[in-house]
Design a protein around this ligand. Structure first.
Ligand SMILES: [Zn+2]
Length: 486
């Protein structure tokens, strides 16, 4: 069920005048989901079905430096890996997973270098389930080793050619060795959702008995649905007593929903990568998971992770792999907290929780109320330019605001049009050859020039009025509200 808007009168937070900057989050209560990780001892009637849920108690295994390295555009050198590892640590992820040291000599050296950084996050490396790889991994100084082997009939037949008995015996040997070296050990199958359930449970039960720390479920091909995830994790929860890690590919857009369902069913760890980068179209994105989880349990998420570092972390990774943050990215996409004019904008001005379930200030972001019309004000445009990462003086902002207003008189402006005008105006400031703000017909150009002249005259008149207004005795609250709406 979707959370209902909080009816308390939240503070006004338009255009970057973010509410809650002082730690007051009126209007943004954590929404209760009836999912305590354990039944409340004061309430013996707590729903039995929620006993398994770890929605309020989960850990992140961040795999940008392993799964993310398999992204088509990723070629991380040592310096970049260290930069990303430090940013992940600053964000507060529980674990950082690295590419196998068996992949190349450089991978092994990078693994050692990151282990030597002394980060708070625990360092893991991800290797094949054999003794050679396990020994190489342990020698790098990692805190834990994640071993993986394909258990689906497809992989047993076409990839490694080993049977379940062989897999089980090798797994036990590797687990016992890694444990004897004082390291954490996880055993995961690959392509778990296309593996035979009896095979899976047999092998997980066997590794649980020899004391593996975690077993992993991996939707390697991204075929699983939330319901299938819930069923499998819940079944597994009844068979093993160790932790359960889950790994979801996003081929069919279910990666975040699957992660959430896994936690509801008793999984303890979720694999993520920054912006979701990974093999093909990637895995559960860290930011998207944060968006999902903060709505479920804001206190837990805020107590564990430095959410305001998310944008910086995503920017580092986006730059390293030469991609743009998608427009619809969770939390940090350029329109994630943008409200367009109309009923939404008006309600948002009164109380942001009417149309937002996530408080942008929790992530150091600001909301934007979009007025791509003659009603727009330079504060709104300034906030927008900042969101777009464009630096301009107030005078330049005022000038481009006037152009947007004039353009809105010529023809209806979509949000993209306003952004395009801002970007082009900014570009023209330093360009030798000016680009047109928008493609206009001769007729539209004429109208635009006329509208601009009218607005210039109006703006001068307003300046005079403002000066008079400043001298008058206006109550502070009213003044503030007027500025916010402008
Ligand atoms: Zn994967």
């Amino acid at each position: 069920m979707c959370p209902a808007p909080d009816e308390s009168n939240g503070t006004n937070g338009t255009n970057g005048v973010a509410n809650g900057a002082n730690g007051n989050h009126e209007g943004y209560r954590a929404f209760q989901t009836n999912q305590a990780s354990r039944p409340n001892s004061n309430n013996p009637y707590a729903p039995v079905g929620d006993f398994l849920s770890n929605v309020s108690k989960f850990q992140i295994i961040e795999s940008t430096l392993r799964e993310g390295e398999q992204f088509a555009n990723a070629f991380f050198d040592t310096e970049t890996k260290i930069k990303i590892a430090k940013a992940l640590d600053a964000f507060g992820v529980d674990y950082i997973e690295l590419t196998s040291p068996a992949a190349s000599e450089q991978s092994r050296l990078d693994c050692e270098a990151i282990c030597n950084l002394g980060l708070k996050s625990k360092i893991l490396t991800h290797v094949r389930c054999n003794m050679n790889d396990a020994k190489l991994a342990v020698a790098t100084g990692v805190d834990g080793v994640d071993v993986v082997i394909g258990t689906s009939s497809h992989l047993m037949e076409h990839s490694h050619g080993k049977d379940i008995t062989y897999i089980k015996n090798t797994a036990i040997e590797v687990i016992e060795y890694v444990k004897s070296q004082g390291k954490e050990i996880r055993f995961s199958s690959e392509d778990s959702f296309r593996s035979d359930l009896v095979d899976l449970l047999t092998i997980y039960s066997a590794v649980d008995k020899v004391g593996v720390h975690r077993v992993g479920i991996a939707d390697t091909v991204g075929c699983a649905t939330p319901r299938q995830v819930y069923d499998l994790v819940r079944t597994l929860r009844g068979v093993v007593s160790c932790d359960i890690e889950t790994h979801f590919h996003n081929d069919t857009g279910c990666a975040i929903a699957n992660a959430y369902c896994a936690l509801e069913a008793g999984a303890t760890h979720i694999d993520t990568s920054v912006i979701g980068i990974g093999e093909r179209n990637g895995i559960t994105p860290l930011g998207g998971l944060m968006a999902r989880m903060i709505v479920a349990d804001r206190d837990y998420v805020k107590s564990k992770y430095n959410l305001e570092k998310l944008k910086e972390l995503e920017d580092i990774v986006a730059e390293a792999v030469e991609i743009n943050i998608p427009f619809n990215n969770y939390i940090t996409g350029f329109c994630a907290f943008t409200h367009k004019a109309g009923i939404h904008a008006k309600a948002i001005l009164n109380n942001p929780s009417t149309y937002e379930i996530i408080n942008p200030t929790d992530f150091g972001m600001s909301r934007y109320v979009h007025f791509a019309s003659r009603l727009t004000g330079w504060n709104a445009i300034k906030s927008r330019a900042e969101q777009l990462g464009l630096e301009m003086t107030d005078e330049q902002i005022k000038a481009v605001t006037l152009k947007i207003k004039a353009m809105a008189d010529v023809r209806p402006l979509a949000i993209d049009d306003a952004d395009s005008i801002i970007r082009t105006y900014h570009h023209n400031l330093s360009a030798k050859q000016e680009k047109p703000l928008l493609e206009l017909s001769a007729e539209e150009k004429k109208k635009f020039v006329k509208a601009e002249q009218e607005l210039n005259a109006e703006s001068e008149k307003k300046d005079l009025e403002r000066k008079a207004d400043e001298q008058a005795d206006v109550p502070a609250a009213k003044k503030q509200k007027t500025e916010a709406v402008a």
